[in-house]
Design a protein around this ligand. Sequence first.
Ligand SMILES: Nc1ncnc2c1ncn2[C@@H]1O[C@H](COP(=O)(O)OP(=O)(O)O)[C@@H](O)[C@H]1O
Ligand SMILES: [Mg+2]
Length: 271
Amino acid sequence: MTQTETPRSDSSAPVLQARGMGFGYAPGQAVFDEVSLQIAPREIVCLLGGSGCGKSSLLRVLGGLESLDGGAWSRGTLQFLGQPLNGPHPRAALVFQQPSLLPWLDARRNVGFGLDFARQPDLSAGLRAQRVEQALQAVGLGGSGALYPSQLSGGMAQRVALARALAREPQLLLADEPFSALDAITRAEMQELMVDLVHRWNTAALLVTHDIDEAILVGDRILLMGGRPGRIVREWRVDIARPREDQAAAVTALRLDILSALHGVRHAAQA
Ligand SMILES: Nc1ncnc2c1ncn2[C@@H]1O[C@H](COP(=O)(O)OP(=O)(O)O)[C@@H](O)[C@H]1O
Ligand SMILES: [Mg+2]
């Protein structure tokens, strides 16, 4: 069976499951280790941690982007949709801090780019065009498909990158600090859009961030990563009603709890 034919028999089974995972770019130099996590369908998990603790490396491994052929080291197991993951999967879409749009293609063709690549399921041209338009509309760019990257603001370009991910109808969206380069107001809009998209498109998401407030506003669950090698040191289920901007007391209490846990991680690292 090819990866594109992977069935989803149990709708409550985890989308992604990692057990005892470790990874390093060279043997004996673990960047992260003993990472076990799972992501349920339609769940938004935020992976929070300071710079250099291995968040991006973990996301790349979870997205199947890190190959072990180049001398990298790993251990543990990783399953996506109930199958061992051994490379990028068409149902897992990635979004990075930089939108990485192709400057010679308009927004519409950037979103469609790659939809007919070998790893994607066979799609007719009509269905492909339909998916692209739906994805552009979902991110609020229904009328902007003909614009080129040079004509887009940073926020619009990142919306195109989100649309490109959505057009793959992912069951998991893996996003690595996707809003870090945006101004505060655009970032707040994008955080809201992200939650809305995950709910409406029936996908799950792993959002890497170093922003505590972003994790609290967006996540159903927060995993705190820290230490060298990086490990998941704490976890919170965020039971705060949305929109969370309206729940200042609960947000503040959780922020303080996370800050004190971060403090503990730093002290443990220095000891
Ligand atoms: N391609 C790579 N080759 C070798 N080392 C890397 C590579 N990418 C990241 N690292 C190292 O892995 C560690 C974790 O980096 P990274 O995963 O980017 O952390 P974070 O995203 O939390 O800032 C750092 O020490 C970094 O220098
Ligand atoms: Mg990073």
